[in-house]
Design a binder for this molecule. Structure first.
Ligand code: NAD
Ligand code: UDP
Length: 318
């Protein structure tokens, strides 16, 4: 049994990860400041004696005797990470620094949740790990993008200088049950709008592309990467689904799958919104023997079912 610390464990990805780690027989400490995470996401785990919640902010040091750290703490949706850009930078930089300090002290392995946003608005397509990216360091998204880039740099330096076992994954757009219904990310936004027959808000002309990965595929990759024993492989490695869709086609697909009466409306494209995104996952295939299994339609069906239930229950509460 390993003792595993999951920072950001009450968030969308973190809560799925805590559940999986417990199911695999680990002891899990879920550390979160509940900025975007919710107790609802993890309440069902509380009866497990090997699960612990710690209300804590990663910007201040934390000490515990642990074997592994999954460092996920950081708001991930543009409206949340832009709400307080300075705090977002602190979370990525000081938070990662604190977790690396802990990993160094207790000799834990740390997996850092990096992001496709390190590529910015990419001019190389699909994106390969060797591409350095195209980020506007003073733009609206920079608090997140540059914070995450610096976190990668910290991991590499702790690894090279202090021998800390750090693993870097670059996560591409991930969706699934337990996404925050109001965090503005495109899949949850469109599904919630469609289920309520509200207008579907397509940004720009909807020709920008994204590649959408279902949560279960990501969790499989995270566990594989953490437990990968080949000594020379520390990442960064792209983890995403290479299926590429325009945002307009996603809106149409969700309207069709929900049988919604919603109309598509066009809203201004946010600044620095990347125009295309698709991971090259050759490295993950080669080193982790991993590739995504879940097709967009299948993942959307599960996510729609989750939000249907969620909206029904929130109506009952009101
Ligand atoms: P999320 O907002 O649902 O989860 C983030 C969690 O971190 C929340 O529970 C939040 O309360 C917590 N948190 C934020 N700041 C904190 C702080 N200072 N101290 C302690 N806890 C803090 O987002 P998510 O989608 O689950 O993303 C998790 C991680 O994965 C993030 O680091 C994000 O950058 C990364 N990521 C996500 C995606 C995606 O598509 N979901 C893509 C790329 C990278
Ligand atoms: N988007 C949209 N309508 C929405 C929310 C998002 O058209 O209601 C667009 C957004 O402008 C971007 C894409 O969908 O082009 C993905 O946005 P998201 O915030 O989910 O992720 P990110 O931009 O970080 O990849």
């Amino acid at each position: 049994m390993k003792r595993v610390l999951v920072t950001g464990g009450a968030g969308f990805i973190g809560s799925h990860l805590c559940e999986r780690l417990l199911n695999e027989g680990n002891e899990v400490i879920c550390l979160d400041n509940f900025f975007t995470g919710s107790k609802q996401n993890i309440v069902h785990l509380l009866t497990n004696p090997y699960f612990e919640i710690v209300r804590h902010d990663v910007c201040t040091p934390y000490f515990a005797e642990i074997d592994q750290i999954y460092n996920l703490a950081c708001p991930a949706s543009p409206i949340h990470y832009q709400y307080n850009g300075i705090k977002t930078i602190k979370t990525s930089v000081m938070g990662t620094l604190n977790m690396l300090g802990l990993a160094k002290r207790v000799k834990a392995t740390m997996l850092q949740a990096s992001t496709s946003e390190v590529y910015g608005d990419p001019i190389i397509h699909p994106q390969v790990e060797s591409y350095w990216g195209n980020v506007n360091c003073i733009g609206e998204r920079s608090c997140y993008d540059e914070g995450k880039r610096c976190a990668e740099t910290l991991c590499v330096n702790y690894h090279n200088q202090n021998g800390v076992k750090t693993k870097l994954i670059r996560i591409f757009n991930t969706y699934g049950p337990k996404m925050h219904p109001d965090d503005g990310r495109v899949v949850s936004n469109f599904i919630v709008q469609a289920l309520q027959n509200k207008d579907i808000t397509v940004a720009g002309d909807g020709s920008q592309t994204r590649s959408f990965q279902y949560i279960d595929d990501l969790i499989n990759a995270m566990i594989k990467m953490m437990n990968e024993t080949e000594d020379s492989f520390w990442g960064p490695v792209n983890i995403g689904n290479p299926g590429e869709f325009t945002i307009l086609s996603l809106a149409k697909k969700i309207i069709e799958m929900t049988g919604s009466k919603s109309k598509i409306i066009y809203i201004p494209l946010p600044s620095d919104d990347p125009m295309q995104r698709k991971p090259d996952i050759s490295l993950a295939k080669e080193k982790l023997h991993w590739q995504p299994e879940i097709k967009l339609e299948d993942g959307l069906r599960k996510t729609i079912a989750y939000f249907e239930e969620f909206l029904k229950n929130s109506c009952k509460i009101r």
